[in-house]
Design a protein around this ligand. Structure first.
Ligand code: PGA
Length: 245
């Protein structure tokens, strides 16, 4: 079994004052030697968060695929690393939708992040119409093919399965659906990467809360969680960390 990883994605939420929540999260993470914990605040807070994270991993929610240049509004992997990020999320469905990011671009971002030494979480997930049409596994398999880089070191590449219809909606995929998808992803990783595919942690994301986390973590091939709304408060996030142990 892989060591579980619980990642908070604050999205476009938070402020300097919100960092007060971090200290309780840092404490909870410190007490759990068996679980990896990370928080991804907005880019503006990364340096502040890293300064008070005391060993808790701090990450970014996006990165540009180039190291520098004329890309107004963007930040590179080296820039994120310099201010204290050790990981990054790429290909979140909100960016796939809002910024129209395509698999090819997400793969380039993942490659740039890995090259800079950032642990990289690549997100995949189907829409509700895809699932209703029975195409969930096919859609996710295609995203894996297009957005996962070929070259990575063990521990550096992480996958997050986040069904779009479960994100921020309070609707959670059933354990049976999660089991089916995570098994399909695991098979796909094994086909593509051989034995090394077994080392990639597969997180579940989409309305993970204190009251459903334990059930989700018990599903085979669920190696952690990517948590949005419930990661904004220590009171909600810490029980999820505890459920992962
Ligand atoms: P949620 O978000 O936990 O608020 O559903 C998850 C995510 O988008 O990573």
């Amino acid at each position: 079994m892989l060591r579980k990883l619980v990642v908070g994605n604050w999205k476009m939420n938070g402020s300097l004052a919100q960092l007060a929540e971090l200290s309780a999260i840092v404490e909870a993470a410190r007490g759990r030697a068996d679980v990896d914990v990370a928080v991804c605040p907005p880019a503006t807070l990364i340096a502040h968060a890293a300064a008070q994270a005391g060993g808790l991993a701090i990450g970014a929610q996006d990165v540009h695929c180039n190291p520098h240049g004329a890309h107004t509004g963007c930040v590179s992997a080296a820039m994120l690393k310099e201010v204290g990020a050790s990981l990054v999320i790429v290909g979140h469905s909100e960016r796939r939708q809002d910024q129209r990011e395509r698999d090819e671009e997400i793969r380039a971002k993942a490659e740039a992040a890995l090259a800079a030494g950032l642990q990289t979480i690549v997100c995949v997930g189907e829409s509700d119409p895809d699932r209703q049409a029975g195409r969930a596994v096919e859609v996710v398999t295609n995203q894996l093919l297009g957005s996962l880089p070929d070259s990575w070191s063990v521990g550096e590449l992480v996958l997050a399965y986040e069904p779009i219809w479960a994100i921020g909606t309070g609707k959670v995929a059933t354990p049976a659906d999660v089991a089916e998808m995570h098994a399909a992803i695991r098979r796909n990783l094994a086909q593509r990467f051989g034995e090394r595919g077994a080392s990639i942690r597969i997180l579940y994301g989409g309305s993970v809360k204190a009251d459903n986390a334990a059930e989700l973590f018990a599903v085979p091939d669920v190696d952690g969680a990517l948590v949005g709304g419930a990661s904004l408060s220590a009171a909600q996030f810490v029980p999820i960390i505890q459920a992962a142990g």
